[in-house]
Design a protein around this ligand. Sequence first.
Ligand SMILES: [Zn+2]
Length: 130
Amino acid sequence: MQCEICGNLIAGKVFLIQIEGAVFRVCGACSKLGSPVREKKDLKPAIQKPRPSNQLLKEPLLELRSDYNKSIKQAREKLGLSQEQLGHKINEKPSVIKLLESGKLKPDNLLAKKIEHALKIKLLVPPESE
Ligand SMILES: [Zn+2]
């Protein structure tokens, strides 16, 4: 048994200590570095909870589609909105819309979502679907 802190072999008693939430098995000398952990004898067997679905973790990383500027322009024109009107709708300056549609400005996720919502289009797509 090696001390998990200094790496020395522990000849005698092994101490269980806690440092910043992590538990270490250490030698006597290192046991002073953390707070002692009491092994809970009455620990109930952990109920096997169904693992939370990894849906949140697996949420695909979305990418801005490369033709976002065309999509915005087309969708806006389809809805008969001017750049000013769209800007007003999503609380942005018309100049922002102009920049977006000319491809000079890439919307961040928040802005892209606002536009998606306002124009009922998809700007953020999973990387592989391009
Ligand atoms: Zn040690």
